[in-house]
Design a binder for this molecule. Structure first.
Ligand SMILES: Cc1ncc(COP(=O)(O)O)c(C=O)c1O
Length: 441
């Protein structure tokens, strides 16, 4: 079957690539072209493409168990939770709920936060605060909470409004705030939102501890999260960390929150949990958060395909590979090298404001003017041109930004990628940036 039969994608009239196989960090198109996957798909693939042992584990499980309703136990579900508790989750966050992906898991976290306070006799404590620059998923609730301008277009009429606080953005922080004051500045801004809403009405704050592709690997000031944790404790507000993109080693830690000495109340994961092999997202919670719901006779309704046995088997095997091959520490060391190569390639670039990130979540931000940080016009579509120019040269990078914040290109390769592949990818990205800007005229 050829690519011209208009079977894909969903929207008519769009052209797309046709991938027929993948191995390691390489995708192969139907005409035999090889593409270096510097984006791990949607920054999801961590152990690399084509791991036969994961495919086998899924096939064996599917042969044993087609489907079992999520509230019931299966050996694959139990094994996955046992492994998560033993090697991945922080003490206390021992209870696991599995959805089919990040959006569903985030929305489940929002619901659990609201249910928690309702069960404690505080139904008026229901608001969830998000942040201005963020992405939490594609359902209406997560789109409403998130701060991703482009992904809200055409949905404005039905999106529920949530209070939002500024996202720490060191590059674009107000010039009058000293660097060492930035953590306090952004924490004060979030506190002002809590005060304006009334802390007695706020159930939770949901945020990515390190912002993924919407902000392009934005790392907050060191004292920001400890201040927010203290605010949450003071006001009986649940802190929900969306680690759908950053979880399971992407930043060189098991979870990004481990860069700080604190734990969220609810932790959400997706992508890396099964390394792209199966659709699964995880919500992890403590007894403290869940007990009131259970005691009040409540339920956390399951998704039909949540905790699918074959997906649990895939996740278990992917986590096993991450542990066995020490891929999280590889993401840290390789990430440090990648960061250096990006710096070498772009530090003196007239149109690159900065390269940033940690582990194997890295990004560059392209601007029209390095001094004022003025972006290129949105209509120029520069991010897409850069991604297209890199693809023409056989390298796939991930488009980042939200439309308002733009011309961010992200890298999130498999942790198994080689140094030579990464160096080649960086050189191609530099060429792609230059080509796309030259095309602007
Ligand atoms: C931080 C974050 N949260 C949530 C999601 C949504 O996850 P999914 O696409 O699996 O529903 C994504 C996806 O990119 C994400 O990056």
């Amino acid at each position: 079957m050829s690519a011209n039969e208009d079977l894909w994608p969903f929207l008519p009239g769009r052209r797309t690539l046709r991938i027929v196989s993948a191995s390691g960090a390489t995708l192969t198109t139907d005409d035999g072209r090889e593409i270096l996957d510097l984006a791990g798909g949607a920054i999801a693939v961590n152990v690399g493409h084509g791991r036969a042992e994961v495919a086998r584990a899924m096939a064996e499980e599917a042969e044993r168990l087609t489907y079992v309703v999520p509230p019931w136990a299966t050996p694959s579900r139990e094994r996955l939770v046992a492994r998560l508790r033993r090697a991945w989750l922080p003490p206390g966050l021992t209870r696991a709920y599995f959805a089919s992906g990040g959006s569903e898991a985030n929305e489940s976290a929002m619901k659990v936060a609201v249910q928690h306070f309702a069960a404690r006799g505080m139904p008026q404590k229901y608001k969830i605060i998000g942040r201005e620059l963020s992405y939490h998923g594609t359902t209406l609730a997560t789109t409403g909470l998130g701060g991703h301008a482009a992904r809200r277009i055409g949905l404005e009429a039905v999106l529920q409004d949530h209070p939002r606080a500024p996202t720490p953005y060191p590059l674009r922080a107000p010039a009058e705030v000293a660097t060492e004051e930035l953590g306090r500045y952004y924490a004060d801004a979030l506190e002002a939102v809590i005060d304006a809403e009334g802390p007695e009405t706020v159930a939770a704050i949901m945020a990515e501890p390190i912002v993924g592709s919407s902000g392009g690997a934005l790392i907050p000031p060191a004292d920001y999260w400890p201040r927010i944790r203290a605010l949450c404790d003071a006001h009986d507000i649940l802190l929900i960390f969306d680690e759908v993109m950053t979880g399971f080693g992407r930043t060189g830690r098991r979870f990004a929150f481990e860069f700080w000495d604190l734990t969220p109340d609810l932790l959400v994961s997706g992508k890396g949990l099964a390394g792209g092999y199966a659709p699964i997202g995880g919500l992890f919670a403590s007894d403290r958060v869940l007990a009131p719901i259970a005691e009040a006779g409540g339920e956390v309704m399951f998704h039909t395909f949540g905790a699918h046995p074959a997906a649990c088997a895939a996740a278990e095997r992917v986590l096993d590979i991450l542990e066995r091959e020490e891929l999280v520490s590889r993401a840290e060391t390789l990430g440090a090298k990648l960061s250096g190569w990006l710096h070498d390639a772009f530090a003196d670039h007239p149109y690159v404001a900065e390269s940033r990130g940690c582990g194997l979540l890295q990004a560059i931000e392209v601007v029209a003017d390095r001094n004022s940080l003025e972006p290129f016009p949105q209509a120029a579509g520069l991010t897409r041109s850069i991604v297209a120019a890199a693809l023409e040269r056989g390298v796939y990078c991930y488009w980042g930004g939200t439309g308002t914040i733009r011309d961010i290109v992200c890298l999130g390769p498999p942790f198994s990628i080689t140094e030579a592949e990464l160096k080649h990818g960086v050189a191609v990205l530099r060429e792609a940036v230059d080509t796309a800007i030259a095309q602007l005229g």
